[in-house]
Design a protein. Structure first.
Length: 251
């Protein structure tokens, strides 16, 4: 992993992922998807791009970002109108009684993308209940088919911890796919295997990026490098280290 200067990356995450006007970027996995989405959104808006954050699952409404609810709107094969201002906004289907936002169906995500008010669309397409690592169930993730980019996230703070409910989302799936790792502390190799397993859900024409989040310390960045080496044995997709939604290092 290169490109690191005193812990500060030489360019923004959105630039490293080549996300810009016309992009529909889906974020899946665990360990910091929402913070990543927000970081990307603010970067893009600061460049003058009208950026819409949405979800196909459920998210808590981000603070201090205007919210636009579709309620009963359907795409009907046409673009869904969203306001052209402000430069960054959240679009969701509706609000649930618990305060979370209900996700937009994938067909409506594409309709939002065609709106004049959305130059860039960022979609949280997965849930992880606050865990740092995830192995998907059969009904997950809910990636819009028209996605141009897919970012698969893992929180590297799980390395060295026991694989249990507090650490791994869909623990039963984790144990099914990795029986050799069920009774051992999570290793960098296991994180890499989880990321590579999730890559099978990426639409054929979408660009894939692996995001190693929570790279807050020198040791965490060393772990990120170990994971990167394991990923590199099977994939040539970019591997990026982040913290708080910002790029730390890239290959």
């Amino acid at each position: 992993m290169t490109g690191q200067t005193h812990g500060i990356a030489p360019r923004e995450l959105s630039q490293a992922c080549e996300i810009g006007e016309g992009s529909l970027a889906a974020v899946i996995g665990a360990g910091g998807k929402t913070s990543l989405l927000l970081g990307l959104g603010h970067e893009l808006a600061s460049r003058g791009l009208a950026t819409v954050l949405t979800t196909t699952t459920h998210i808590w409404p981000p603070k201090e970002i205007p919210l636009n609810l579709l309620d009963h709107a359907t795409c009907g094969g046409h673009a869904i109108a969203v306001p052209q201002q402000p430069l960054i906004q959240v679009v969701a289907q509706s609000a649930a009684p618990n305060g979370k936002l209900r996700g937009v169906i994938p067909e409506n995500v594409e309709a939002i993308r065609r709106s004049k008010g959305a130059q860039v669309l960022l979609c949280e397409a997965d849930g992880a209940a606050g865990r740092s690592l995830k192995v998907h169930a059969s009904h997950e993730p809910v990636i819009p088919p028209a996605s141009t980019h897919v970012l698969i996230v893992a929180g590297i703070d799980c390395v060295g911890l026991a694989p249990e409910q507090a650490t791994v989302h869909r623990l039963d799936q984790f144990r099914h796919h990795f029986p050799d790792a069920r009774d051992r502390p999570i290793s960098s190799s296991t994180v890499a295997r989880c990321l590579l397993l999730a890559a099978r859900y990426v639409p054929q024409n979408a660009r894939l990026y692996f995001i190693l989040n929570k790279a807050d310390t020198i040791r965490a960045r060393e772990i990120a490098h170990e994971i990167e080496l394991d990923v590199r044995a099977f994939s040539d997709a970019p591997v990026l280290a982040t913290r708080y939604g910002r790029l730390v290092a890239e290959v």
